[in-house]
Write a protein that binds this ligand. Structure first.
Ligand SMILES: Cc1cc2nc3c(=O)[nH]c(=O)nc-3n(C[C@H](O)[C@H](O)[C@H](O)COP(=O)(O)OP(=O)(O)OC[C@H]3O[C@@H](n4cnc5c(N)ncnc54)[C@H](O)[C@@H]3O)c2cc1C
Length: 467
């Protein structure tokens, strides 16, 4: 192969890009990863889900390293949300699907977490070029097969590949190349203003590592403990309240905290972090969107380059790494001889279902808040759960309450069958990550669909164990 010819070029070295690159390199392919930044670099998205830690990270061979990195252990979430004056807490362990050794995730400093995943991809044979910015792709006979990029010296170059993965995040310059449009959610037109504190209050054990989400009149706050002393604090406000943030963000941030008594109390003796990259406020808007097209011959989108939805349930890194796994399976399978349309149809169906699950769930959750009813109250009513409202909520988000249904859920609330299947996929991921080939083949998610191979890195036509 000539020097700049690869099987796969991945644009972006965040969790989505590192995962896609590593899982294709593990199948013996020659992989180039380009990132415009030099790591470690800052990123938001610090609260992880168990499927990422115990499923994807285990498949990548980096789980032990993550375990040793000293990140804060997250057992679940604590919410001050809806009409209940008291905060409520859920633990991942409350769901049978996540009980046992996988009932936690981590709160991570993304500069450290992303660096671990990127180093791991390099260890697995990926050629990582930092400070290299992709500026476009080139087609031959309708198929995308080259990436144009600018090296650190400012020279424009090209590299060829049989597949290009766009994992360059929300600011992707390439996503339109697959065709279709990015569609912004009319419902989640929120704006986030976030910063960091040292010395913030911690909830009592065992919930001290939980994500805390607190609703207030203009929106809600996240409060994420990143170490014993460092806390990520972000306000998500409705677009109508965005004017408050214009002008002087520091003043607006302090005023928003003042409007949210619980967060103000937690930060009473804390001070704003002074060390980079945590010493300044950041603003993000227009971050909830989907795409009408997710792939084209020779190119696929993963993570935020494809879609993202409101951060209340910390789904961003999960969606990025899960979509990267699906894309890697498809690429590995096509390079092994399977039909491209069929492999990427499986990628798209599974990815869209996972995304829709979170979107629909979040819409119901936000609606409950504005209607002065909490989501978990509705969950208890719908499921006729005999336990507490909290248990009903946890069972619903874990997908284990589907069997208890005695009537159809109201319109707009989750499709229980879809919820169960997707969470089952999450549980399978964890199992596969921990047991490897011993986990056995899964049943297809869709009639006539493909199933993951025993090592989880390719698709298999059911009834056959090898491609
Ligand atoms: C306010 C807010 C809060 C959030 N909170 C959470 C949370 O608590 N938990 C969670 O899981 N998710 C959260 N998210 C989502 C999370 O930030 C993203 O979903 C996640 O980072 C996506 O990963 P990725 O790999 O797709 O992209 P990224 O992490 O954005 O990585 C993309 C990479 O591509 C590189 N790049 C960009 N353009 C180019 C180019 N032209 N050439 C080469 N490289 C390029 C960038 O330098 C970057 O390293 C939050 C999002 C927002 C907006």
């Amino acid at each position: 192969m000539p020097a700049d010819d690869f099987d796969v070029i991945v644009v972006g070295g965040g969790p989505g890009g590192s995962t896609a690159a590593a899982l294709t390199a593990l199948e013996g392919h020659r992989v180039l990863l380009l990132d415009k930044e030099v790591f470690p670099r800052y990123q938001i998205g610090e609260s992880l889900l168990p499927a990422t830690v115990h499923g994807i990270c285990a498949m990548l061979g980096v789980r032990e390293q993550i375990e040793r990195a000293g990140f804060v252990r997250k057992r679940g979430g604590t919410f001050s949300w809806g009409s209940d004056p008291e905060p409520w807490t859920f633990a991942f362990a409350a769901s049978e699907r996540m009980a046992g050794p996988t009932s936690y995730a981590y709160q991570v400093e993304r500069c450290r977490f992303d660096q671990l995943l990127l180093n791991n991809a390099e260890r697995l044979g990926v050629e990582v070029r930092q400070g290299h910015r992709a500026v476009g792709v080139l087609r031959e006979s309708g198929r995308i097969g080259e990436v144009r990029y600018v090296d650190p010296g400012g020279a424009e170059r090209t590299a060829a590949a049989r597949f290009v993965v766009d994992a360059s995040g929300h600011g992707s310059r390439l996503h339109h190349e697959v065709g279709g449009t990015r569609e912004y959610s009319p419902f989640f037109r929120n704006l986030a203003l976030f910063g960091y504190f040292v010395g913030g209050h911690r909830m009592p054990a065992p919930n001290s590592g939980n994500i805390l989400c607190v609703a207030f009149p203009d929106g809600w706050f996240w409060y994420i403990p990143l170490s014993a002393t460092l806390t990520s604090v972000g306000a998500v406000v409705k677009r109508e309240a965005a004017a408050r943030v214009q002008g002087d963000p520091d003043r607006a941030y302090a005023a928003l905290i003042g409007d949210c008594p619980m967060i103000a109390r937690f930060l009473r003796t804390a001070r704003r972090a002074a060390e980079p990259p945590y010493d300044r406020l950041r603003v993000r808007k227009d971050y909830s969107y989907d795409r009408s097209v997710l792939w084209a011959p020779g190119m696929v989108l993963v993570g935020d380059a494809a879609c993202f939805i409101d951060p209340v349930f910390s789904s961003g890194v999960h969606l990025a790494t899960y979509s990267a796994l699906l894309a890697a399976r498809s690429i590995n399978s096509v390079l092994a001889g399977l039909d491209e349309d069929r492999c990427f149809a499986e990628f798209e169906a599974r990815y869209r279902r996972e995304f829709a699950l979170f979107r629909d769930f979040l819409i119901a959750f936000y609606d409950q808040r504005t209607d002065a009813q909490t989501y978990f109250q509705q969950a208890r009513r719908i499921t006729e759960h005999r336990g507490t409202r909290l248990e009903a909520f946890v069972d619903l988000v874990a997908g284990v309450s589907a069997g208890d249904f005695s009537r159809e859920p109201p319109e707009g609330v989750l499709d229980q069958a879809a919820l169960g299947a997707v969470l089952a996929e999450g549980a399978n991921l964890q199992l596969r990550g921990m047991l490897g080939e011993a986990a056995g083949l899964e049943p297809p998610m869709f009639p006539g669909g493909l199933v993951p191979s025993l090592n989880g890195r390719r698709w298999v036509v059911p009834e056959r164990t090898e491609v």
